[in-house]
Design a protein around this ligand. Structure first.
Ligand SMILES: Cc1cc2nc3c(=O)[nH]c(=O)nc-3n(C[C@H](O)[C@H](O)[C@H](O)COP(=O)(O)OP(=O)(O)OC[C@H]3O[C@@H](n4cnc5c(N)ncnc54)[C@H](O)[C@@H]3O)c2cc1C
Length: 432
């Protein structure tokens, strides 16, 4: 092997790239991972709840040593108007009982840095603070390496793990430019409150946490939603707003975050907190329809670069997909390495592996969600109607008409025409 020729070069040190690196290096392959941030995690943003099952396959029992924040034990979903929040919540001992069904709140700056340490231990060569500018191809179009900081480096195979706006996959013609209705801007703050304050205000024990998603007022009726996750001694709070619909409210995304923090259901929980971190990032919104070409001669695309995200409103999943795709890409390359064959035909096993895994199974199952979540009624009429109905149920003043059935019908018909309601119900059923 030449001085700057590796078995595999990985572009991007997020969860997808690091996982692929660990699996490959553990099997003795020479792996170079290039990350443009000063350290892994420095450029990465998530809400963030990590479903642990896919990392369990790579590092069993990882949560015992990884910097996880809290184990999610409480779920809450809310429909918010400007001054009310209608919530559905569940606290259950059935959540997070085994490592495979456990989810954790995480902060990527800490979590990815820990995973970076694992990649180094496995033998991955890490280069940080350098951006890969181009992918190198030979005269037949086969990928043979990369160009970073005007230096060319070669490999039998390149993994593109460079995130949602993968310029490199676009440069190769494997991925189209992102359309404004296919992505959202996510902006979030990490607000320090102290461990005891969080336990008391959110009604949780030490080590246990809450995942909270909200629709309606967080985006001022625009497509998207708000989220809040409890960390060990801070909360991650933010808003995800679909790019093409940002103009609906005329409020900028940072201002939406400020409004969300001031909502009457949220503000008391954050009182006295100090903002420690502010971040913004794109997130894929269009599910399975965003998946680009996943392989060509000498190259594979993983994680967000491969569009592997589902946003279901009640939860967002991208991290468990990123990890699984990194692992499956690495396993495909291990076989290719054995056969000394990095052709597109050989690497197509990666797509087949994704197809056989929970990644494509779940993405296909939720393929109707983007159509459902692009319905204004969910963000405007539904929160207002839910507020009206619930306010009526809980108001006793001696004046209320006790006929709840006709009130319910009136409220629903006030929300939308029967045809619109049927349309929404139809899209909802289709999306399931
Ligand atoms: C606001 C928000 C909330 C979210 N909430 C959740 C959640 O709660 N749960 C969940 O599972 N998912 C969530 N997601 C999605 C999740 O964060 C992503 O799916 C996940 O981070 C994808 O990991 P990745 O490794 O593929 O990409 P990334 O983590 O984006 O990593 C890509 C890496 O590539 C590097 N890079 C890019 N270009 C280059 C280059 N040219 N050269 C060198 N390095 C490069 C970047 O610096 C970065 O480190 C959320 C996303 C956002 C934005």
């Amino acid at each position: 092997m030449g001085e700057d020729k590796f078995d595999v070069i990985i572009v991007g040190g997020g969860l997808a790239g690091l996982t692929a690196g660990i699996v490959l290096a553990e099997q003795g392959l020479e792996v170079l991972l290039i990350e443009r941030g000063d350290y892994c995690g420095s450029k990465n943003v998530t809400g963030g709840r990590l479903y642990g099952h896919s990392l369990e396959k790579v590092i069993p029992g990882f949560a015992e040593e990884a910097p996880i924040e809290r184990v999610i034990k409480k779920e809450r979903i809310s429909l918010m108007t400007e001054d009310t929040s209608v919530d559905i919540g569940i606290t259950s001992k059935k959540f997070s009982t085994e490592p495979e069904n456990t989810s954790y709140s995480v902060l990527r700056a800490k979590f990815d840095r820990w995973l970076e340490g694992k990649a180094e231990e496995a033998g991955v060569m890490l280069v940080q603070g350098i951006r890969v500018d181009h992918v190198l191809t030979d005269e037949d179009g086969k990928v043979i390496g990369i160009d970073a900081a005007e230096e060319e480096m070669y490999a039998d195979c390149v993994i593109l793990a460079d995130g949602v706006n993968s310029l490199l996959a676009q440069e190769l013609g494997m991925k189209k430019e992102l359309e404004p209705d296919q992505v959202a801007v996510g902006a979030k703050e990490v607000i320090k409150l102290g461990e005891e304050v969080i336990n008391e205000r959110f009604g949780v024990q030490s080590g246990e946490g809450v995942a909270w998603m909200a629709a309606g007022d967080p985006t001022a009726g625009g497509f998207g939603g708000g989220f809040l996750y409890t960390n060990k001694d801070s909360v991650s709070i933010g808003v995800v707003a679909t790019l093409s619909d940002i103009g609906y409210s005329d409020i900028s995304v940072p201002n939406l975050v400020d409004r969300f923090k001031e909502h009457p259901a949220i503000a008391p929980l954050l009182e006295g907190g100090e903002t420690e971190e502010y971040a913004a990032h794109l997130v894929s919104e269009d599910g399975i329809y965003m998946v680009p070409e996943l392989y060509r001669d000498g190259v594979l695309v993983v994680g967000d670069a491969a569009g592997l995200v589902v946003n279901l409103g009640f939860t967002v999943r991208g991290m468990d997909f990123a990890i699984e795709s990194g692992r499956l890409a690495a396993e495909t390359i291990l076989k290719a390495h054995e056969m000394r064959d990095y052709s597109a035909k050989m690497l197509s096993a990666y797509e087949k592996a994704l197809e056989d895994s929970f990644v494509f199974r779940d993405m296909r199952a939720y393929k109707g969600f983007p159509a459902l979540t692009a319905n204004r009624m969910i963000y405007k009429n539904l929160p207002e109607t839910a507020d009206e109905i619930v306010t009526k149920l809980f108001t006793v003043d001696g004046k209320q008409d006790p006929d709840l059935v006709s009130f319910l019908l009136q409220s629903l018909l006030g929300m939308a025409s029967p045809a619109q309601l049927l349309g929404l119900a139809g899209t909802a059923l289709e999306s399931l």
